[in-house]
Design a protein around this ligand. Sequence first.
Ligand code: SIN
Length: 533
Amino acid sequence: MADSPRQFDFLVLGSGIAGLTFALKVAHAGSVAIITKKSRAESNTNYAQGGIAAVTSEEDSFESHVRDTLTAGGGLCNEEVVRGIVEEGPARIEELIQLGMKFSERESHGHRELDLGREGGHSKRRILHAKDVTGREIERALLAAVGAHENITMLENHLAIDLITTAKLGQAQPNRCAGVYVLNNQTGQVETFSAPRITLATGGCGKVYLYTSNPDIATGDGVAMAYRAGATIANMEFIQFHPTCLYHPEAKSFLISEAVRGEGGELTNLRGERFMEGVHPLKSLAPRDVVARAIDREMKRSGDDHALLDITHKPARFLMDRFPNIYRTCLGYGIDITKEPIPVVPAAHYQCGGVRVGRHGETDLAGLYAIGEVACTGLHGANRLASNSLLEALVYAHRAAGHMLAHRPEPATAGLPKWQSGSATDPDEMVVVSHNWEELRRLMWDYVGVVRTDKRLKRAQTRVRNLQEEIQAYYWDFTVTSDLLELRNLATVAKLIVRSALERRESRGLHYTLDHPDPVDALAQKDTLLRRE
Ligand code: SIN
């Protein structure tokens, strides 16, 4: 089985909202394999607390949602893309509801209506949510539908290693994507998959930073593979730091949703001073880049190792009902959010750049599409507006499916070679991998974090280059493992983030550097594009 390529009409890498939605939309037209590196529900989507931003209320308007998105994006959004996604939003939401998604509702004048939350940068209440476990509920609904479809094969514990391109095979140009090498973690074998259309839906790269709200799977696999295969990568300097992750020695990656500030939560320092006053008219509910930088500044100024988020003025019953997951999780760490402020710190949260795509999620490598967080569509610009990403994932899954169904695929490329492990032996010292994981994540946090300088970025560049050399040598010498493959991807993504940050010689949105503190007119609307030589 491991010797001959497994053939499908559609290959999807990733099982979050984008990958699952896409799979459901193409499955009637052919066989679909969803390749996912852990269990099927283990995706960034699953951990989304806030919700999906969409215009569903009569008090809201497309114009207002577009304006808020453009404002957050710091002059770098593609307005046409923004408008398209915002206007298509309600139809995609309706499909999700038809599929079984249950959003929170409330009683209003004797009838039930969607309960709309508010988050930073939004001038209206427009966040559809399922209490504070929106992502979990989305995954539940989508996985139930996927599980019931006979054309969809779900391959869990399968980690994609690299895309197979015709250029790599030495075949005639133009280059196109023909398949994927995949490590089957159940057997330890590398399998070859062939498909004329491959969709990256692999999520983001939060694990490249020491502190992140993301789960362990977020290792930038899609961006790294696409870059190695020759696709264009855009705007990787724009990494969004969420202002409020739980600060507790035992808590790993637990987010305190922005919706808590949307319901009136106030940020203070450890002396109870509201340091957001005077920073931004929206105070604690300012856009994320502003809030994350203000917390960072306040912590550096005071020497405190965290800030506080206080929502104790709200009735305990309301908090337990609106934020059951946050309430229970914090209580598990000994923090009763109804009675005391929550200790918080900023942490890496969202990758606003990614594999550059056109209107239908198509990359510039034929046969390869990218949707969801892995893609850079032009929606987020220099800073993502809260809860816009799940909407973008729905819209682009729909468009990519439509595009593929409307175009006859190239025939599958014949003769994909099987994986060559050469003279690789079993790894001798896994300490090399664990040490490099830690070093990479710490240096990215220290030198390429919320506030940057040229000197720190150059330092990071040298360190990342050294790590990459060591990882590459290890990669050639030893049989591949998940940890090694993820580390290799993280190092590639780290290189792309640092290079992009060095190229943007201004401060804009999420990229803030003390050496170039102001935005530069000539760089407005200019994406940072990287492509492997
Ligand atoms: C949150 O709940 O604060 C996260 C929402 C988002 O990142 O869009």
